[in-house]
Design a protein around this ligand. Structure first.
Ligand SMILES: [Zn+2]
Length: 619
């Protein structure tokens, strides 16, 4: 099969433009079609990346010349746009040579999902920049990654898990030059970072891992990050492959790359088959000489742990609906509670099992996620299976009503994993656990996913349920179905008690509350959310209202005028008047204050030494 040849160059970093070409040696004689994905795997929202294509044209070589050089002049070929992300070239005579599409992509989205380019660095996902040659997505791809022109870019390097191509044109490690992928699916699963980044390297179970930070971070403690990540990665590799300790990405690459963009307040990550693109806040990263485990650094390690766990769970063990990915439109699965929720359970669990945090810190994290889920009344209306299915229009497009209408398949999914793990351990006297379920999923669906010639198969809901029953050796699928398809509360308190963790009951709050969430805006207070069943909703307060006064006193975002402080002089049942601007009209509403919702659960570690708990939380 003739490969598809891509080339990408930062054309004008200051204008945020990448120049891209794609060349097809034997285009479809009926008119070759090209298309760009509408979404990127791992981020379940239609993003219509093709809207950032600025200019596009197609050419074949000039007659009498054997082969065009990329981007060089040739015979123009008419290009018709068929829909928002598909173009069709006019039919060319067979043998008229390769067809080359040239286009520019505007790259100014500072996230892990798209592309970003300026004079300080470049980053792209293939889904934002590489048009697929339709009908030829299974062909090998070669991609030439060029540096920007100019002395200022002399020290730029390249970080990616794409494989360097062999031969004279092949890139050297961390260099510009030629890279390769087995097919389009692989090409767009290896994001690329370029610039003057900080680079660290470590081996986990013998496999190379690179750690890349872009952005200014004075006194970054790279050694500590590598040390901690090594522990986490090894714990995960040993969880899935206790016998061989073989890293999962060796099927497509020899190494794994953590690439992180550092900003003042960034947070996020996206998983890939041999790398992850991350964003974090500068303050979360450790400073040389300070060994303290800050909440921010713990969060960063949790994020790395989460994305790394995806290397098994969703990049190889996949929902049936994602095999193959259909990137032109929404792809529905009810199983994100397994792929995101269970991954969220294991991300923190791996921190305690690898020794990065202790049992008390782990229990504090459990308490936080449990209370987070309990705070939204959306959990009584939407199941995690429904939340998964509707991720495209609900979870990823949250509005002011989200807490009243949506449950997170991440947060509640992680609690379901916890409940399932503790149930299996209790019911089998510690002989089996959720680890066995994950290993079975890995052996049956994941391990050979990218093996040459393997029949790629995703897992269905029914198969997950059957597998849980089989591996646990007790029938738990009815229970699991109730947790994932229902909206009842999870029996976490009795389960945790069996592992030496006591739950302190929720008590109703003592103070009066409006039942709203607010945000500061230019020294004023805007109502962001009105919670279902609260006093504010009953009185007619609405999201978007500017809350100016409570009983005639000005409400301010901070200081003595904060709503909570003003309300501290009242009791539940008292009546107050609230002045709000809705649009530009002033309204006075009478609110009968309600009791603050029940306070949160507290989790407490029982005896310091608890063998059953140790088996769960130690490696
Ligand atoms: Zn995830």
């Amino acid at each position: 099969m003739k490969p598809i040849h891509y080339a990408i160059a930062p054309l004008q970093p200051e204008a945020h433009l990448f120049a891209v070409t794609v060349t097809v040696d034997d285009p479809d004689p009926a008119g070759q079609r090209f298309s760009l994905p509408a979404w990127i795997p791992g981020s379940y929202m239609i993003r219509e990346f093709a809207r950032h294509i600025v200019r596009i044209e197609a050419r074949t070589p000039r007659k009498g010349r054997s082969r065009s050089t990329e981007g060089a002049a040739g015979e123009p070929v008419a290009l018709v746009k068929l829909d928002k992300h598909t173009w069709q070239a006019a039919p060319v005579e067979p043998g008229s040579g390769p067809l080359t599409l040239s286009y520019e992509v505007y790259a100014w989205d500072l996230s892990v999902r798209a592309a970003h380019l300026d004079a300080t660095h470049g980053f792209f996902n293939g889904t934002s920049v590489f048009l697929a040659a339709e009908g030829r997505q299974d062909r090998p791809c070669i991609v030439d990654i060029h540096p920007p022109q100019g002395e200022a870019y002399r020290n730029w390097r390249v970080a990616t898990a794409l494989r360097e191509a062999p031969g004279r044109l092949g890139a050297r490690r961390y260099g510009f030059g030629r890279y390769q992928a087995d097919d389009y699916d692989e090409l767009v699963d290896h994001p690329v970072e370029m610039g003057e980044f900080a680079l660290g390297t470590f081996k986990a179970c013998g496999a190379q891992h690179d750690v890349v930070f872009t952005g200014r971070v004075p006194n970054l403690d790279m050694e500590r990050i590598c040390r901690d990540l090594k522990q986490i990665c090894e714990a995960q590799i040993r969880l899935f492959e206790p016998r061989t300790a073989q890293a999962p990405f060796l099927d497509s690459n020899r190494r794994y790359v953590f690439m992180t963009m550092v900003t003042s307040d960034g947070y996020g990550g996206l998983e890939h088959r041999a790398s992850t693109a991350l964003m974090c806040a500068r303050g979360d990263l450790p400073v040389r000489g300070n060994a303290e485990m800050s909440e921010g650094y713990r969060g960063f390690l949790g994020l790395c742990s989460h994305e790394y766990f995806h290397t098994w769970n969703v990049k190889r063990i996949k929902p049936a609906a994602f095999v193959p990915y259909r990137l032109e439109s929404e792809t529905y699965t009810p199983l994100l509670w397994l792929f995101e929720g269970f991954t969220s359970y294991y991300d923190d669990l791996m921190l305690v099992r690898s020794g990065c945090i202790d049992e008390a810190q782990y229990v504090a994290l459990l308490e936080k996620s449990w209370n987070g889920v309990l705070r939204g009344s959306g959990r009584t209306k939407q199941s995690v299976a429904e939340s998964s299915f509707d991720a495209w229009t609900k979870y990823y497009r949250q509005d002011e009503n989200a807490p009243n209408a949506i449950v997170s398949y991440y947060a509640k999914g992680s609690l379901i994993a916890l409940a399932l793990d503790l149930t299996i351990r209790s019911r089998t006297a510690g002989k089996r656990s959720l680890d066995d379920v994950m290993r079975a999923l890995w052996r049956r669906y994941g391990r050979d996913f990218y093996a040459p010639g393997a029949a790629q198969r995703g897992v269905t809901e029914a198969e997950v349920h059957a597998l849980v029953d089989e591996i646990a050796g007790v029938r738990l699928s009815t229970q699991l179905r109730a947790w994932t398809e229902g909206t009842g509360e999870l029996p976490l308190a009795p389960l945790l008690r069996g592992f030496g963790i006591e739950t302190q009951a929720r008590k109703p709050g003592r103070t009066a509350a409006l039942g709203i969430k607010t945000r500061a805006e230019d020294g004023w207070v805007r109502i962001a959310q009105v919670l279902d069943g609260g006093a504010g909703q009953a009185a007619g307060l609405s999201a978007g209202d500017l809350l100016v006064a409570i009983d005639g006193l000005r409400v301010t975002p901070g200081g003595a005028g904060q709503a909570d402080k003003l309300l501290a002089r009242y009791r539940a049942g008292d009546t107050v008047s609230c002045h709000v601007f809705r649009r530009d009209e002033l309204h006075a509403l009478t609110v009968t204050l309600a009791r603050e919702p029940a306070t949160e659960y507290k989790l407490k570690l029982g005896e310091a030494r608890h063998p059953v708990r140790s088996r769960w939380l130690s490696r």
